[in-house]
Design a binder for this molecule. Structure first.
Ligand SMILES: [Zn+2]
Length: 141
């Protein structure tokens, strides 16, 4: 129930990795932030005060932004730099980011002990080639 991460594989390099399950705050996190806001209200104003709603709202906004930034940053693969969210929007830009990441990775000592990136093989498009007709040319002499 409290497990926040789930295991998956990178769609580009097929390395096992962990990503956050939820993009937004969970119910437990919302309740705990409300409780924290009420606690801050008691500490600051010595009783329940309507201004405490601003504290609770501020905590919820900061918590939601933090959760979304954390989820978004965890989506990028640390091994190859593949960003599935960016790939859904723009394939070419995602490819350029992977290329820049792999160039930076080759120079970085932090990636020396990581598994090598196995790049996917691009299959040749055979639909554009002219198709040979099935004629036996040896019989046309
Ligand atoms: Zn990857």
């Amino acid at each position: 129930m409290l497990k926040q991460r789930t295991s998956c594989y990178c769609a580009f390099c097929k390395t096992p990795r962990k990503v956050y399950k939820h993009k937004n705050l969970s119910y437990i996190e919302v309740l705990s932030l409300i409780f924290l806001g009420v606690l801050f209200t008691f500490v600051i104003y010595k009783s329940l005060d309507p201004r405490g709603l601003l504290i609770v709202g501020g905590l919820l906004i900061v918590g939601e932004i933090f959760t979304q930034v954390k989820w978004r940053s965890a989506m990028v693969c640390q091994n190859c730099g593949f960003d599935p969210i960016l790939y859904l929007r723009d394939h070419e830009l995602a490819g350029l980011k992977i290329k820049a990441f792999l160039e930076k990775r080759a120079d970085s000592p932090a990636h020396l002990l990581r598994p090598p990136v196995i790049l996917p093989k691009v299959k040749a498009d055979t639909s554009l080639k002219p198709r040979a007709t099935s004629q036996n040319l040896s019989l046309k002499v």
